[in-house]
Design a binder for this molecule. Sequence first.
Ligand SMILES: NC(=O)c1ccc[n+]([C@@H]2O[C@H](COP(=O)([O-])OP(=O)(O)OC[C@H]3O[C@@H](n4cnc5c(N)ncnc54)[C@H](O)[C@@H]3O)[C@@H](O)[C@H]2O)c1
Length: 367
Amino acid sequence: MTHRIYLVGAGIIARSHAAAIKGLPAADSIQLFVADPNAATLNTFAKQFPAARTFSDAERMLAEEAADDDIVVIATPPSTHRALACAALESGRHVLCEKPLAMDREEARAMLAVARQRGRLLGCCSVRYFGWSPFEETRRLLEEGALGSIYHVRFTFVEQRNRPGIEYQPETLWFLDCSKSGGGTLMDRAPYEFSMLNALFQPTRVEVLNAWLVDPVTELHLPEGVINDVEQHAGATLRYHLRDEAAFIMHYERASATHSTEQADIEISGLKGALRWDWPQRRARNLLTHSYDHAGQAETKTITFPVYYQGSIPFLNKPLHYFYQRVNGQDSPAVVNEQALFNFSCVRAIYDCASTGQPQSVVFERE
Ligand SMILES: NC(=O)c1ccc[n+]([C@@H]2O[C@H](COP(=O)([O-])OP(=O)(O)OC[C@H]3O[C@@H](n4cnc5c(N)ncnc54)[C@H](O)[C@@H]3O)[C@@H](O)[C@H]2O)c1
């Protein structure tokens, strides 16, 4: 069983991971280590988690010999993920990396190559919606074949103002700088969404047929010198290829700033039935509707479900809990290795399609 957890980065999300340790088995015997070059951030962390051993750099923290089940969590801005994750894997430890996994597909591939070479797991923290009841109900109906062949999926999560670095976590300005974040609303939120969509449909290949990225104009009062060059509204048309040679088209749209109407839902259309459910946002009605034909008449069943943060494992704890289970040989929905690379590549392929104007193809590659 894992007895040592190392956090690289002591910022906002690192504190959630540290708090999540309390819910792990034998939590009292888990030693927590944390490294951050920012002394003030490290200090704030140490006040909240006084038992943690603190370091000003990750290399020193990971210098001691690795145990087989040590876990390192990378909780730093995306531009640092590759170097820090590779160093942690090289130290002989399993690595759970914050989303987005990397800056681009090349970096993510390089990280997986080191994980394979060292025989360690590379996980991604993109699993917070797994286990949520509409997701599980959808999975159940898909597995039962209740919807028949799927021919269209529409995913929409359009918020008028919820930009990381502006309305959400306004003190964290690196979110707005593409050289540090790798992108805007897509890099920030799409990793969760594609982890969920890919877990539901388990595609063998995803094509991005066309894509667009924009940053709608709004009045802003950012501190002088702050770089703000990321997209806040994006959309793509994708073709999902499934294991049984079937395929469907997906229309995907998300925004953290837009002048369009707010909307947040997912609709899955199959030849025998359709499902629609609210994606979590402020005004979500938390409804899942299942529509189908009954003796020639349209029928609809409606289920009300609990909000996504209620459940046996709090949603912020899921990444560490699921990864811990996987590292310790238990069944777990953790997203690791080839699946982590594939999910992230679907997100990056949207950028690559938008910037080149060329369709992109992402193939699920088993080792
Ligand atoms: N804040 C959230 O709600 C949230 C939620 C989920 C995921 N994430 C993801 O978590 C990651 C971190 O986000 P955050 O909001 O915690 O950012 P943050 O700015 O609050 O914290 C990042 C910390 O990393 C430290 N850092 C930078 N380089 C480092 C290095 N080389 N070694 C050690 N520490 C280093 C910084 O000093 C900073 O304290 C990002 O990938 C983000 O997308 C954030």
